[in-house]
Unconditional design. Structure first.
Length: 104
């Protein structure tokens, strides 16, 4: 989903992958790279080309005690990090806690 709320189709060229970044990457890059709301849809079947889409969820997380802080090269001179440092475990726990609050 684009910042204005519209959906944008992503069509990889042959041999390419689409990778969705998570919130930890936004913290590391000081929002230079942001996670986006996304959805996966099966393309419509056509008579001239069968659908070959494959979507595999793979979640990679750093060690629980890994420090998640702004990478120095992602911080503009004279500016401050948007997010305070946090461990990967604390970050994941906060996300789970927020999700649980929304569900109740």
């Amino acid at each position: 989903m684009l910042p204005n709320g519209t959906w944008c189709p992503v069509t990889p060229r042959p041999g390419e992958l689409v990778i969705n970044l998570g919130d930890m990457m936004a913290r590391w890059t000081n929002d230079r790279w942001k996670s986006t709301l996304h959805r996966v849809m099966t393309p419509p079947l056509t008579s001239d080309q069968p659908t070959r889409r494959q979507s595999i969820g793979y979640f990679m997380h750093p060690d629980y005690d890994a420090n998640i802080a702004c990478i120095p090269t992602c911080l503009a001179p004279g500016s401050e990090p948007i997010y305070p440092p946090i461990t990967a475990g604390e970050h994941i726990k906060e996300k789970i806690d927020r999700s649980n609050k929304l569900a109740s």
